[in-house]
Design a binder for this molecule. Structure first.
Ligand code: C5P
Length: 201
C-alpha cells in the first residue's frame, strides 16, 4: 500500500510526533507543513513581504534551526490567514503528497483542502491545557525561558486564529478519524494512529 496520509489538528496536539512515527512505520516520506508557514513568517519578521516570501520559498528554508520559536509560530499563524500565501504553497504540498512510495503530511488543512482524496485522514486533538503543558516542557527542555501561562495564551491565540480564518480554517474532514491524545501516552497515541491508517488499507 502506498497512501497519502493527512494528519491535521491544533497547535501542539502531538501531530509532529505522531506523523514521524506513522511515516517511519510505513516507510513513507513526511512533510511538516507548519514549517512552510513558519519559514514565511520568519521572513516576514525580517521585513520581507509574506507573499513574496511564499512564492520564493526554497526547500532549504525549511531546515532553518530558528523556525521553532514562539515568535515565529505567531508570525506563521498571522501569514497563514492570507489566502494568497496559502495558495502559493499548495503546489509544493500536493507534489509532495503524490510522490512515489507514500507520504504523510501534517498541518491544519491537509484532509480538507490540500489532499481531500487522501486515503487516510486523522484529526489529532487534546485540550488546550494539555497541549500548552507539553509545549511548555518542550520549550524548557530547549532552554527557552517562558511560563505556562504565556504558552497557554499563545496556544489559545493560535487556535482562535486558525479556526476563525476564512481561508482553509482548522476543522476535521468529514471522513477523518479523530484521536484525542489528552489522556494518552505517546506509545498509545502512535498505536491508535497506525491502527486507524491500517484499517483504511
Ligand atoms: O504546525 P505548526 O504549529 O508548526 O504551524 C504553525 C502555524 O502555521 C499554525 O499556527 C497555523 O496558523 C499555520 N499552518 C496552517 N496550515 C497548515 C500548517 C500550519 O495554517 N497546513
Amino acid at each position: 500500500m502506498a497512501f497519502t496520509i493527512a494528519i491535521d489538528g491544533p497547535a501542539a496536539a502531538g501531530k509532529g510526533t505522531l506523523s514521524k512515527a506513522v511515516a517511519a512505520h510505513f516507510a513513507y516520506a513526511h512533510l511538516d507543513t507548519g514549517l512552510l508557514y513558519r519559514a514565511v513568517g520568519r521572513r516576514m519578521l525580517d521585513g520581507v513581504d509574506p507573499l513574496e516570501a511564499a512564492t520564493s520559498l526554497l526547500a532549504e528554508d525549511l531546515d532553518a534551526d530558528d523556525l521553532r520559536t514562539p515568535d515565529v509560530a505567531q508570525a506563521a499563524s498571522r501569514v497563514a490567514v492570507i489566502p494568497e500565501v496559502r495558495a502559493a504553497l499548495v503546489d509544493f504540498q500536493r507534489a509532495f503528497a503524490r510522490r512515489d512510495g507514500g507520504a504523510v503530511l501534517d498541518g491544519r488543512d491537509i484532509g480538507t483542502v490540500i489532499c481531500p482524496d487522501a486515503e487516510a485522514k486523522l484529526f489529532v486533538t487534546a485540550s488546550a491545557e494539555v497541549r500548552a503543558e507539553r509545549r511548555f516542557r518542550e520549550l524548557l527542555d530547549r532552554g527557552l525561558e517562558t511560563t505556562f501561562e504565556t504558552v497557554l495564551a499563545d496556544v489559545r491565540e493560535r487556535d482562535a486564529r486558525d479556526m476563525d480564518r476564512v481561508a482553509a480554517p482548522l476543522l476535521p474532514a468529514e471522513d477523518a478519524v479523530q484521536i484525542d491524545t489528552s489522556g494518552m501516552s505517546i506509545d498509545d497515541a502512535v498505536a491508535a494512529a497506525i491502527a486507524a491508517v491500517t484499517e483504511k488499507g
